[in-house]
Design a protein around this ligand. Sequence first.
Ligand code: PA5
Length: 462
Amino acid sequence: MSIHFDHKNLMAGMAGKANGITPAEYERAQPRAFKALAAFRKLSETGRYGFPHLPFQKGVIQDVRKYVDSVRGGYDTVCLVGIGGSALGAWALDCGIRGPHPVQGAFTPERPRLVILDNVDPGFTQAALDSMDPQRTLAVVVAKSGGTAETVSTFLILREWLERGLGAETPRRIAAVTTEGKGDLFSLARAEGYRTFGIPENVGGRFSVLSPVGLLPAALIGIDIGKLTRGAAAMTHRCWQEDLEENIALRAALCHWLILMRKAKPIQVAFPYSNHLWGTAFWFRQLWAESLGKARNRAGEVVHTGQTPVAALGTTDQHSQVQLYIEGPNDKVFTFWAVERFSSSGKIPAGRFGLPAFDALAGKSLAKLLDAERRATAAALAEEGRPNCTFTLDRVDEEHLGAFLQMMEFETAFMGELLGIDAFDQPGVELGKKFTFALMGREGYEEYRERFEKYEKKRAGE
Ligand code: PA5
């Protein structure tokens, strides 16, 4: 497995002193990074946070494989119902390994597709149902809490749709991934006889891709979860090293912390130069935003910290965003995701036309052009004092993707420690959820109904 991190363009020597890290700043901050590593290691060893242990849970991997073997061949579509951390990991894996939409190719029982119903857009949901056949669909419902409004409502629609086509067979076509022994989804699964898989209590949604939350849908669509977890396990060993060369998660966290705190860059653009990594960019966006955007630090002081993650695709967004990135406010740090080897080089025909724009590219390859465009964009950004850095993956396969996802989870955890915040909670999304429950008439949420009415009165100027 080969994943590298190059932070040269984050340094003052390349981006200038105002926007880049000076060698003295980097040197001085290193003890903080090692302290963050030690603090997080302790939290992981005591079992408070569980994601570092996931790649080593052989029993879970075996259970998932056994189930997949028992249902394989009986479906061509896996329909996942879940949202946020309960859907984005599966999307990253599907896009990375099965291929980006809309060029995934035909779906068959040998090569099933994944349909993710996360949003409660009624038009989208109906169109998805219309595209599936209940006889050839396997449903996977994922909710750690077991009661998320979007997931519950869409699942009820899907369950009824399955029942219309399958009758009494329906429960055998549903697998539920949720907290073992807790929550309404678990109760329903038990009552109706769905196959269930557990989510460890100490693994939060956005850190759960290597639990059954991501592993089950991945294995169901033919992704090799053995290789995926092997890559993640190898990366985990690297992420515990007290060595900034080897431990790229710690080095990246340290650099991003310095750039955020000392160089005032509140926005990070995750910039994959690979369509296969586009799903991963959206997964990362949630990981970085929900983990680090916090009002208070661990000491309870108001800090309103965090860094806004933006996903951009190279080269596509060079023709959409880069004008802003180069000449707009200097408030961003850019993290390129490069890939060294693609499944095809995309050879450009060698014929010449006597036309400079065409002949300059004749006989070269799309891979070479993509690489040149990324390096050119990095250079242009650096020249304008816009700090940037690059993760390079040898290729996008199960092993590298597993390692890359695990590395970013470690980087996020380390960044949380550097910022002194709890990267694993999400108190900010709770109030909106409670207002939604109140608006939908859920019992026990009357207090929030009143608060919401007060807010509406205020809007109306009463
Ligand atoms: O990362 C998180 O914790 C959240 O994004 C959750 O995954 C999301 O809110 C969905 O929660 P649940 O799995 O309980 O439906």
